[in-house]
Design a binder for this molecule. Structure first.
Ligand code: HQG
Length: 182
């Protein structure tokens, strides 16, 4: 399978497993798990041909390790990025490094410096440990800008931080006084 096709299926899986499982009649449990056989049947109704092997290939080739399989290989979930209210993934709290970074587009800057970083439709604000990743994230929406977040100081003041299995850092809200333009 070529990388364009893998990428396209990965986007479809992200959409279904993070945001809109009901579009193919799929049920996710509270930890975000879906039955792979139900996923295959649901996708087929939309004219999308998937099988176990294709799904395993997409999971294993995902650059950001967006998905994970259950030990028995029967279930799949997205490791972060959800907006669907069906899921309330219980991440382990973790002490963050001194600084974390958030990539965004310059057009959002004024609003962010006023309101802080808000989760929007997703369940958390997403932060990364390195600036390169943050630039790539910001580029998705326009001219990128990287914000530096005083994560450790926030944590010391009682704000919870979580890290998803793929290394993405998550928090609920970043007030503007912890944010600096990098
Ligand atoms: C912005 C990708 C105005 C925020 C990435 C962002 C990430 C505000 C947008 C993951 C704001 C939300 C998530 C405020 C935040 N005013 N705009 N007060 N606060 N924003 O896509 O972090 O490839 O929901 O800066 O790698 O961009 O999909 O979040 O621009 O980890 O696996 O509101 O998605 O991963 O956009 O990206 P998103 P995000 P995947």
């Amino acid at each position: 399978m070529d990388s364009k096709m893998l990428n396209e299926i990965s986007k479809f899986l992200s959409y279904i497993l993070r945001h809109k499982p009901d579009t193919i009649g799929l049920q996710l449990d509270v930890e975000g798990w879906a039955d792979i056989s139900s996923l295959i049947i649901g996708a087929a109704k939309e004219g999308r041909v998937l099988d176990q092997a294709i799904i395993h290939t997409v999971v294993n080739s995902s650059d950001k390790k967006r998905f994970t399989l259950s030990e028995d290989g029967q279930r799949i979930r997205a490791v972060q990025g959800h907006s669907t209210p069906d899921v309330n993934l219980q991440y382990m709290e973790k002490k963050p490094p001194e600084f974390l970074y958030h990539g965004t587009a310059t057009r959002f800057l004024e609003s962010i410096l006023q309101q802080g970083l808000i989760a929007g439709s997703r369940h958390h604000v997403h932060l990364s440990q390195d600036i390169t990743t943050a630039v790539a994230v910001g580029q998705r929406y326009g001219k990128p800008v990287v914000l530096k977040v005083e994560a450790l100081r926030m944590h010391q003041q009682g704000f919870p931080f979580f890290q998803a299995e793929n290394g993405v850092w998550l928090t609920n809200h970043v007030p503007n006084f912890f944010i600096y333009q990098e």
